[in-house]
Design a protein around this ligand. Structure first.
Ligand code: GDP
Ligand code: MG
Length: 442
């Protein structure tokens, strides 16, 4: 695959902004990579379409090819989709003890193993008292399996009572968790080889008995396409709060993670990486994205090129500041950089003393739209005005605002920001002359 890709990259030689053609050509290969990684077809198609729109027109970093640039954009988008807001990764809602956690999934997906792994983690990392109960009434061996694991990790299990229904066990676990002063009780439900009505019905009844704080779907990361149907069905019928992907120690590429995320919108919280009780990790979107795409070296290359350019740009700016110069062209560059870097973490983040200004800008509600307006205002100025913004009087202001399709007060806001920034730059420049700035940059 990577041979095929490098061929494509050689053919793409244009520089500047990514054309629709650049993007389409590179995305053809990306789509193949996604499908090879077991991302489901509709999800892959949808993802590629979104990136196509997003990537076209974006700037190509110096010294990388358009194809490589597209791969980097794809990678970042993958990470973004996989991570969501990232708040729930590696976390379980276990306030209001005893907090019930319901484990669901197909047979053999790793439910029982994962139940014990999570219990061990809750006990050791969060110092919680945990009770585990097996609801797998079809297979007595499964109940014993959980009991053995419990003994191994030093976590209590609900005593096994022969002939009880899953619902009765759930009630008893709830009772026992309350009486025994447990923080968390985990219910390991029965699985089947395929989703069927009875399995779903039982899980739904158990859910209604305990009102789980978390309903975690355990999915075998090697199953690929099937995982999506399973996730969709369980989320539809039971309502899941998160996913644990097991067998990520195998050589599956993990495409199911993207599909499940896209289809259910539920966070992937943990991954299982082996049979041992310690083989459980927090989900790392970056790692899975790398695995799905399988183009890690290209991503690293583009990141390196971008870092180099940022450092060069910072240095160039610094020289100007030291001479006490900061005009509208400089401001425009800053604003464009902010857009490229997705908001506040522009070049300013690289400069000492800039954190405070970034915060001010952020507090002023400075989103992408505002930044684009600011740039439009600067574009609407003449060369002379950009170099000397102090010459802007009422009539010039009106013309500039009209040219950008905005109000004079928008322009005034821009001018105020420019004034504040040049003051800051002057201070930095003075620091620089004394060598303090260079010191600070190190
Ligand atoms: P259940 O039927 O869903 O309860 O699945 P089990 O927990 O009994 O697991 C089935 C098999 O998969 C067992 O042999 C586990 O040791 C194994 N297993 C579970 N999780 C993982 C994992 O993350 N990696 C590997 N390699 N094996 C796992
Ligand atoms: Mg089991």
């Amino acid at each position: 695959l990577s041979e095929r890709l490098s061929g494509v990259f050689e053919r793409l030689t244009s520089r500047g902004a990514l054309t629709e053609d650049d993007v389409r050509t590179a995305l053809r290969e990306v789509r193949v990579a996604l499908l090879e990684a077991d991302v489901s077809l509709p999800v892959a198609r949808d993802f590629v379409r979104r990136v196509q729109e997003k990537a076209t027109g974006q700037a190509v970093t110096k010294s990388v090819t358009p194809g490589q640039q597209v791969v980097k954009i794809v990678h970042d988008e993958l990470v973004a989709v996989l991570a969501g807001d990232g708040a729930e990764i590696g976390r379980l809602k276990i306030d209001n003890p005893p907090a019930p956690i319901l484990m669901v999934g197909l047979q053999g997906s790793g439910k029982t193993t994962t139940t014990a792994k999570l219990a061990k983690r809750l006990k050791e990392v969060e110092h919680k008292r945990v009770l585990m109960a097996s609801l797998d009434t079809n297979r007595p061996a499964a109940m014993e399996q959980l009991e053995i694991l419990g003994r191994q990790i030093g976590v209590d299990t609900l005593p096994i009572v022969k002939g009880e229904t899953a619902q009765a066990i759930a009630r008893r676990a709830k009772q026992q968790a309350l009486l025994g002063g447990y923080d968390v009780y985990m219910l390991d439900t029965a699985g089947r080889l395929h989703i069927d009505a009875e399995l779903i019905q039982q899980a739904a009844e158990v859910r209604d008995i305990v009102s789980p704080r978390e309903t975690l779907l355990v999915v075998d990361g090697l199953t690929g396409q099937v995982a999506v149907e399973v996730a969709e069905e369980f989320d539809d019928k039971i309502g899941i709060t998160g996913v644990v992907m097991t067998r990520m120690d195998g050589d599956g590429r993990g495409g199911a993670a993207l599909s499940m995320r896209a289809v259910t919108g539920k966070p992937i919280k943990f991954v299982g990486t082996g049979e041992k009780m310690d083989a459980l990790e927090e989900f790392h979107p970056e790692r899975i994205a790398g695995r799905i795409l399988g183009m890690g070296d290209i991503v690293a290359l583009v990141e390196k090129a971008q870092a180099t350019i940022e450092a060069e740009e910072a240095e160039r700016m610094m020289k100007r500041f030291q001479k006490g110069r900061f005009n509208m062209n400089d401001l425009k560059m800053q604003l464009e950089q902010m857009l490229r870097m997705g908001g506040m973490e522009g070049i300013m983040g690289l400069l000492p003393g800039m954190g405070k200004m970034q915060k001010q800008i952020a507090e002023a509600g400075f989103d992408d739209k505002v930044i684009r307006h600011q740039i439009a205002l600067i574009n609407s100025m003449t060369k002379k005005e950009r170099a000397n913004p102090q010459i802007l009087q009422a009539s010039r202001k009106k013309r500039i605002a009209r040219g950008a399709g905005l109000e004079v007060q928008d322009l005034n806001r821009l001018l105020k920001m420019h004034r504040q920034m040049s003051d800051m730059m002057k201070k930095l420049g003075r620091m620089g002359k004394g060598g303090a700035l260079k010191q600070a940059m190190r």
